[in-house]
Design a protein around this ligand. Structure first.
Ligand code: UD1
Length: 393
């Protein structure tokens, strides 16, 4: 999800059609394709392959509907400024995991000469005076880094983004733009863009989603068992955590991995979420389900978002013993989870509840599953394949 969304926005830029393979069939992608169509792009989808031709795109307004619902619609700010020199967007929506302001996005684009005005729920951006330049982000924001790249790639001259986010999904965006003829390079915590080059059509394969993979891995860890993931090799951080938990990870020769929870699962004394290469905030909630059920106590400190413990109340309803205070949660493990009615409050919190439902005694009913469908493709079928008894009503 986090790799494909900025790449879809980047399809607006340059010439001719782009064909994306391995595009996840999730609600956030569906909504983003709607936005592209509204802007005038020709969009054809056949299963997991999507073809986008932005030649006919002349719109710059994405007010209302899906644009107001998904936070990633904010990425059209950079892309539309780059292409049309103008953009009208709703103030972003998305998961209610904290305040999630966009001040860093606006400040970064202002450094490139953009001007903003806000009226009601809309943001209008003017980019007639856009120029290359140096941006220094106050925080390594993923979205602000991507927006800066999208605005700068067509601007002649060198743009430098300092203190940029280092998430692998940004490198996927860079790889996509470079394959199209762009010249972008990561240099430590900076990204250097030699802008103004012609971007041409390309066929590109979207990388597997490391957060989705992590969710399935923690599901296997929590429920006990084995899992084979195709097209996914765990990064160092996740592989390290899985190992400490008593899991066994083995890479296969086809670029996939095999995971087995052979030993008794162990609690990890402490986890602190952090920007990449730290422990991903997006995995924190599924990981907490695991911690709630294993022997021993642990602490989770959430440093990226200020309101990312909404799953705690739901897990406690199922019998977990977790105390959340500010950005710290103390988990007393060994809980015998019981199925009951719970509610998905956001995307990853929903995933945590699915995991809890797998482990719990009895039946668990999760409402508001549209949150989960935003980011997990065919999750019912996939968990069924792993032996779960799970149905969508
Ligand atoms: C992206 C991911 C999301 C992930 C997050 C952190 C996508 C589509 N979403 O979200 O799944 O959880 O990175 O890895 O890729 N902030 C500000 N001002 C801003 C922007 C951000 O204060 O203008 C703050 C946020 O409130 C948050 C922190 O910076 O506390 C990190 O946010 P950011 O990296 O921007 O996350 P997103 O790009 O929204």
């Amino acid at each position: 999800k986090n790799a494909v969304l900025p790449i879809l926005a980047a399809c607006l830029l340059g010439e001719g059609p782009c064909e994306l393979e391995n595009c996840p069939e999730i609600k956030d992608v569906e909504d983003t394709l709607h936005i592209l169509r509204k802007l005038g792009c020709q969009v054809n989808q056949s299963g997991k392959t999507v073809r986008i031709d932005a030649e006919t795109a002349a719109g710059y307004e994405i007010i209302g509907g899906e644009a107001a619902r998904i936070r990633s619609s904010v990425l059209f700010l950079g892309a539309l400024l780059g292409k049309m020199r103008k953009a009208v967007l709703p103030k972003p929506g998305g998961c209610a995991i904290g305040k999630r302001p966009i001040d860093l996005h606006l400040a970064a684009l202002e450094r490139l000469g953009a001007a903003f005005s806000c009226e009601g729920e809309a943001i209008t951006a003017e980019g007639n005076r856009l120029h290359c330049g140096t941006i220094r982000l106050g925080l390594p924001s993923v979205g602000a880094t991507e927006n800066s790249i999208l605005a700068a790639v067509l601007l002649p001259g060198e743009t430098r983004i300092e203190h940029a986010a280092q998430e692998p999904e940004i490198d996927e965006l860079i790889r996509f733009l470079n394959l199209r003829g762009g010249k972008l390079q990561r240099m430590g915590d900076a990204i250097v863009i030699e802008g103004g080059r012609c971007l041409h059509p390309v066929r590109f394969r979207i990388a597997s989603d490391r957060i989705v993979a992590g969710t399935y891995l923690f599901a296997a860890a929590a429920a006990g068992g084995e899992l084979h993931l195709q097209n996914y090799a765990a990064d160092q951080t996740l592989a390290g955590v899985l190992l400490q938990m008593g899991g066994i990870c083995r890479a296969d020769h086809l670029g996939g991995m095999h995971f087995q929870m052979k030993h008794r699962p162990k609690a990890l004394p402490g986890i602190r979420t952090a920007p990449y290469p730290g422990f991903p905030t997006d995995i924190q909630s599924p990981f907490m389900t695991y911690l709630a059920t294993v022997e021993g106590s642990s602490t989770v400190i959430e440093t990226v978002f200020e309101n990312r413990f909404m799953h705690v109340a739901q897990l406690n309803k199922m019998g977990a013993s977790i105390e959340a205070m500010g950005n710290k949660a103390v988990i007393r493990g060994n809980a015998k989870l019981r199925g009951c009615q719970v509610m998905a409050t956001d995307l990853r919190a929903g995933a945590a509840l699915v995991l809890a439902g797998l482990v719990a005694e009895g039946e668990t009913e999760i409402s508001e599953i549209y949150h989960i469908e935003r980011g997990y493709e065919k999750f019912i079928e996939k968990f069924e394949k792993l032996g779960a008894s799970i149905t969508k009503i």
